[in-house]
Design a protein around this ligand. Structure first.
Ligand code: SAM
Length: 361
């Protein structure tokens, strides 16, 4: 009897089940990462200065003895996922397993400029996760609104801005500022972009994390951080860096260069067109010498590797469901840029998954 076709069908079925379950349960890896940040595992190992055994870690985290085995299972998953590595240390005469940090978990050490813990905490908040329970309702309603609006009855920006001192707004701005620090490393490779620029306005610049990095690298550029009044109202500038509150849909302060980092992906094409047209107006004083610098994702499914594209598509979902925004492919960027009246552009990949797009009038 020939079993070969059945065997391959079965094998395909088993692989299909594994594939499906892998995606179904991937939220557990995200949740474990968030718990690791909240527990401060990376900080504990970092402060210890050498690989840490399970018991040393449990005692440093002041865990109840009943939780030691749970910690072991957390570490097993997180080690498998590349956040820790296991080594062997001698404890007296005995060999014991110890855990040390990897490059991804080194991004969770508090106080370091490149710490992304606030990004982890800010992203995995109850509301943006709960809204997914409303996706069926969202698909079946005629009203044009985001999943977040459909689930909560309010716009995500209003939700953040309800109270300018709110934890939510601070958490969001901290997450953005943390992400921006990685840009410092990219900045050294794109210095030419800022050469000849005497003034720059960072539109939607949040609390100014990126502008401060630009200001450090190019102290002669007169920088303005332009954001909503509730974001920048209480912030104080320095000699060459000032904060201005306003609405980018109305007008943008004039400068040689407009920077839009992680701004256009929050908005649909119509709104992005308005921001780009206002940016063009803002740089018009510099004639042909002005420029708009966009830092955002440019999806390239053909040339980029799978992991980068997967991350970019995840971001696209987040932008769509929270803001009605989108991550764009090169041809979408081109259309938007030319429709806004610019004559040319140049895309340079930065930080591995983002792009720097220089746009010229
Ligand atoms: C995704 S954040 C990006 C922050 C910053 N550029 C960065 O990369 O860290 C988008 C920013 O746009 C700001 N924003 C939203 N609506 C705005 C408006 N109408 N005018 C000016 N800024 C606005 C938000 O307050 C927020 O700081």
């Amino acid at each position: 009897m020939d079993f070969s076709s059945n065997e391959s069908e079965e094998s395909e079925l088993y692989h299909a089940q594994i594939h499906l379950y892998k995606h179904l349960y991937s939220f557990i890896s995200s949740a474990a990462l968030k718990s690791a940040v909240e527990l401060g595992i990376a900080d504990a190992i970092h402060n210890h200065g050498k690989p840490m055994t399970l018991n040393e870690l449990a005692s440093s985290l002041k865990l109840h003895p009943s939780k030691v085995n749970i910690l072991y299972r957390f570490l097993r998953l997180l080690t498998h996922n590349g956040f820790f590595v296991k080594t062997t240390v001698m404890k007296g005469e005995e060999e014991e397993t110890a855990y040390s940090l990897t490059p991804p978990s080194k991004l969770l050490i508090s106080g370091k400029q490149t710490c992304l813990s606030s990004m982890v905490k800010g992203t995995l908040q109850p509301m943006p996760l709960d809204m997914w329970h409303s996706s069926n309702k969202w698909f079946n309603e005629e009203k044009e609104q985001t999943l977040f609006e459909s689930a909560t009855g309010e716009n995500f920006w209003n939700f953040l801005n309800k109270d300018s001192e709110s934890d939510k707004l601070n958490m969001f701005q901290d997450a953005m500022a943390a992400d921006s620090q990685i840009f410092k490393i990219a900045l050294k490779d794109c210095k030419h972009v800022f050469e000849g620029v005497e003034s720059l306005v960072d539109v939607g610049g949040g609390t100014g994390a990126v502008t401060k990095l630009i200001n450090e690298a190019f102290p002669n550029i007169k920088c303005t951080v332009f954001d909503q009044p509730q974001v920048v109202g209480n912030l104080t500038g320095t000699q060459n860096l000032n904060f201005v509150g306003g609405d980018m849909f109305k007008s943008i302060p004039p400068a040689d260069a407009v920077l839009l980092k992680w701004v256009l992906h929050d908005w649909d094409d119509e709104q992005s067109l308005k921001i780009l047209k206002n940016s063009k107006e803002a740089i018009s004083g510099k004639g042909k010498g002005g420029k708009v610098i966009i830092i955002d994702i440019s999806i390239d499914e053909i040339s980029d590797n799978r992991i980068i594209t997967e991350l970019q598509l995840d971001f696209d979902f987040m932008m769509m469901t929270l803001f009605n925004g989108k991550e764009r492919e090169k041809k979408e960027w081109e259309k938007l840029i030319f429709n806004a009246g610019f004559s040319s552009y140049k895309i340079t990949p930065i930080c591995s998954f983002k792009s720097l797009i220089e746009v010229y009038p």
